[in-house]
Design a protein around this ligand. Structure first.
Ligand SMILES: *Cc1c(COP(=O)(O)O)cnc(C)c1O
Length: 239
């Protein structure tokens, strides 16, 4: 398990990188939210991060996420923000609506419809991002960039959902510069959609950039970066 010292160092170096990337891009530090991707890490490690000041966690599996939310409800008074960043099945929507700050991974109208009806049932409005597949062969999820406008328009009619922007998972690469073109493309797409002034739709959030490429993503306009390994160290999928 990672030690508090290591975690503290990792958080400090990610923070420094974010600040420098913001400076290079002429952006304010608070225009970028760091999401600490805690998947596969045990509650104790999340609590350690919480004690070091982390208040925004990202998880990719519903069951793991709800378990961690329950743990935090019992153990801390000021609840952190939870972001669902992984694929969401329609039959699991009911477990997370009302509990998460943002669902990053909406890629069909069917899923949006279920989130809408569950939100209505619970009396909440759910904020979502539309996930784009930017030609990443490893990622089966997300819609084609060319279908984005149509999907966003069809989701806009649901009254208990608010589209806040776009999300993408760039391919794994040793050289983050290789992903710059994808980030540029998503940024342009979000500007094009914002220009259409669709009711109920804002394009203020761009969730892009992971451990290998978040600095480039920030330079290209990311408002949320999802960093796992860079904070918590290599994941152990055996647990
Ligand atoms: C795991 C994961 C991340 C974090 O990946 P790292 O490379 O460890 O930073 C970001 N986004 C999504 C959707 C993930 O599943």
């Amino acid at each position: 398990m990672i030690t508090t010292e290591e975690l503290k160092e990792n958080l400090a170096s990610v923070e420094k990188n974010i600040e420098e990337a913001c400076k290079r891009a002429g952006r304010e530090r608070d225009s970028v939210k760091l999401i600490s991707v805690s998947k596969t890490n045990p509650n104790e490690v999340l609590e350690m991060a919480y004690e070091l000041g982390v208040r925004v966690f990202g998880e990719n599996k519903v069951q793991e996420l709800t378990g961690k939310i329950d743990y935090f409800n019992e153990h801390v008074t000021e609840q952190p923000e939870w972001h669902l960043i992984g694929h969401l099945q329609t039959n699991k929507v009911k477990y997370i609506v009302g509990k998460v700050k943002l669902i990053h991974s909406v890629d069909s109208e069917k899923l949006a419809a279920v989130i809408d009806s569950e939100s209505k049932k619970k009396g909440v409005i759910s904020d979502i991002l539309v996930e784009i597949n930017i030609g990443n062969e490893e990622s089966k999820f997300g819609i084609d960039a060319s279908e984005t406008v149509e999907l966003v328009q069809s989701i806009a009619k649901y009254q208990n959902i608010r589209v806040k922007g776009l999300m993408c998972i760039a391919p794994y690469t040793e050289d983050p510069e290789e992903n710059r073109k994808f980030f540029k493309k998503i940024k342009k797409l979000s500007v094009d959609i914002a220009d259409k002034n669709i009711d109920n739709v804002s394009m203020c959030e761009l969730s892009m950039g992971m451990t290998g490429d978040y600095c480039v993503a920030i330079e290209e306009g990311a408002t949320m970066v999802r960093v796992g390994t860079g904070i918590f160290g290599r994941r152990n999928y055996a647990i």
